[in-house]
Design a protein around this ligand. Structure first.
Ligand code: IPM
Ligand code: MG
Length: 378
């Protein structure tokens, strides 16, 4: 027992040191990518596993069509990044194989299919690893249902909270397990700024800070107080505090939910509530997700790789809508709003006309069939 305590204390010391160093690095301002000054934009395409290759193949065709002229003139390159598969990751025992990460870092932005996250064990999620390695601190997830008056945008902190050290907890088998949650001043400040800047730029007049600061007193307490401090610089925006449990209920409350606009949350709460929000919109297959940092940005489907769907032999029926929404966000991020609008208009038309409908199951169309239909509308 003493040996365990000693080792755990040593481990904790290492973690503390690393996290303090990270906080210090964050204090030095990072350089922001200016997409207007890039002579050749490289968009990395990562297939992922499970249903990843199915939905990414649709997204690739759509991007190739929308960016045809830019690709032909050499202003844009769509570059396939190979090797981020579960087989490869397990064989090398690396969340993101080093050689793959090197290739990824040569791109400006990425569109990524879902990657399977092994449960338990020591291999980290590829998403979490990429978010950390590329410092993608803002997870931005819009959900919109115009006919219900819903226009939400979630700003989920993406590099801290329960995720930072999620694979580095302490365990005494059959007796005790302990994980760590980390919140830093710099990490909170930058996501809070992203949320308030978005609210200001988009004419939104309220931001909801969502935590469980009554229980997670240190970490969520710090998150709330810094978020309020940042909010003071935006006097035209009302700042409201909520706890995550009641906020999950509020999303289902028709009298309250249409008044909500921008949400600012720590990592894990943001993960959970955005699946709920996506489900309200029509399912996790319908929402896109942007992971934004100062230098890099990665766009992906909000859902996972659906291994059970693939095992049932139904992978071809996966809904590509989420990755297409992510592609739309990518186009907007790199300064191509007209192409993003074309994609979103075509998607809306396909869904309202409904000649080819994907349900995610064999009673609907395949992703590829829907892709063909969408390409006709583009
Ligand atoms: C998401 C996913 C990831 C997360 C998983 C795949 C690690 O659920 O992007 O929301 O928990 O962040
Ligand atoms: Mg999630």
């Amino acid at each position: 027992m003493d040996k365990f305590i000693e080792e755990a204390a040593e481990h904790f010391k290492t973690l503390l040191k690393e996290q303090l160093e990270r906080q210090e690095r964050m204090e030095r301002a990072a350089e922001k990518t200016d997409f207007n000054s890039i002579p050749k934009l490289t968009i990395g395409l990562i297939e992922g596993d499970g249903i990843g290759p199915v939905i990414m193949s649709v997204a690739e065709k759509v991007l190739s069509k929308l960016l045809k002229d830019d690709i032909a003139s050499g202003r844009v390159e769509l570059r396939k990044i190979q090797g981020l598969t579960i087989e490869n990751r397990l064989a090398l025992n690396q969340a993101v194989p080093h050689s793959v990460l090197e290739e990824i870092k040569k791109c400006h932005v990425l569109l990524k299919g879902p990657t399977t996250t092994p449960k338990g064990g020591n291999i980290e999620s590829a998403n979490v690893c990429l978010r950390r390695e590329l410092d993608l601190y803002a997870n931005v997830r819009p959900v919109s249902i115009p006919e219900k008056g819903i226009d939400w945008c979630f700003f989920r902190e993406n590099t801290e909270g329960e995720y930072t050290l999620g694979s580095r907890g302490i365990e005494l088998p059959h007796k005790l397990s302990m994980d760590f949650k980390v919140t830093t001043d710099g990490g909170t400040r930058r996501i809070a700024r992203a949320a308030f800047d978005y609210a200001r730029a988009n004419g939104k007049n309220s931001v909801a800070i969502v935590t469980k600061a009554n229980i997670m007193k240190k970490t969520d307490g710090m998150f709330t107080s810094i978020a309020h401090e940042v909010g003071e610089k935006y006097p035209e925006i009302r700042v409201e505090d909520y706890y995550i449990d009641i906020m999950c209920a509020n999303l289902l409350n028709e009298d309250i939910r249409s008044k909500l606009q921008v949400f600012l949350l720590p990592n894990l709460y943001g993960d959970i509530i955005t699946d709920e929000a996506a489900q309200i919109q029509g399912g996790v297959g319908t929402a896109g997700s942007a992971n934004i940092g100062d230098r890099y940005a990665m766009f992906e489907a909000i859902h996972g790789s659906a291994p059970r769907k693939v095992q049932r032999g139904e992978g071809a029926y996966a809904n590509p809508e989420s990755i297409l929404k992510a592609a739309e966000m990518l186009l907007r991020h790199v300064g191509k709003p007209c192409k993003a609008d074309r994609l979103s208009k075509a998607l809306r038309e396909c869904k309202s006309e409904g000649r080819v409908t994907v349900t995610g199951h064999p009673n609907g169309a395949t992703a590829a069939e829907f892709g063909e239909y969408l390409l006709e509308k583009l």
